[in-house]
Design a protein. Structure first.
Length: 186
């Protein structure tokens, strides 16, 4: 079933929308949740919550890209679950490494009055990502959006882990410089 047809089912409040979403996107959502949580039960819980949140969100939202809409929901739920599980201790999962890598660039503590600045920052980071070559953009997004391990990215790109690690390090430095040039304090 096409995404626009699935979205239409949500808009019509037809419960078939959830089964169609699950049928088409369960693997995609599960992959995102597993990369973050590294626990099948927690990942399944987040995927199921994704369907519920999607049901509650459409309408009023009418996503243009259902996959991106679902990906954002499952990613946020998975990060929240991860934070809840690991609030008192650091886990050994890949996500700890990813958050450490980005912590020096972007802080996750924003007050309500920082929302405008946050939205501008998002646009600026989007501009940075758009300026990357297709291969670098792929590596960056696989690491920092999908939370793939360096080993998995290296395998997908046919490169060594060290090569991917060094490239990510260089991209983080370029992102830091890019943001600093545009007036963001890092």
């Amino acid at each position: 079933m096409e995404d626009r047809d699935i979205v239409q089912l949500y808009l019509e409040r037809n419960e078939r929308a959830i089964s169609e979403t699950s049928s088409k996107y369960e693997g995609y959502c599960s992959s995102i949740a597993m990369n973050i949580l590294n626990n099948r039960e927690d990942a399944e819980e987040c995927v199921n919550e994704t369907y519920l949140n999607t049901w509650k969100s459409i309408p009023p939202h009418k996503p243009k890209m259902l996959s991106t809409f679902l990906g954002k929901i499952v990613r946020n739920l998975s990060f929240n679950k991860y934070k809840s599980i690991h609030s008192k201790k650091r886990g050994g999962y890949e996500i700890s490494l990813i958050l450490d890598e980005l912590a020096e660039i972007v802080s996750d503590e924003a007050s309500a009055e920082d929302n405008v600045i946050r939205n501008e920052l998002i646009k600026t980071v989007d501009g940075f990502i758009a300026s990357l070559s297709e291969e670098k953009r792929y590596v960056f997004i696989r690491r920092y959006w999908y939370s793939d391990s360096i080993a998995k990215i290296a395998e997908q790109c046919g490169r060594s882990e060290n090569s991917v690690y060094v490239e990510l390090s260089r991209m983080r430095k370029k992102l830091r410089d890019y943001l600093t040039e545009r007036g963001y304090e890092i």
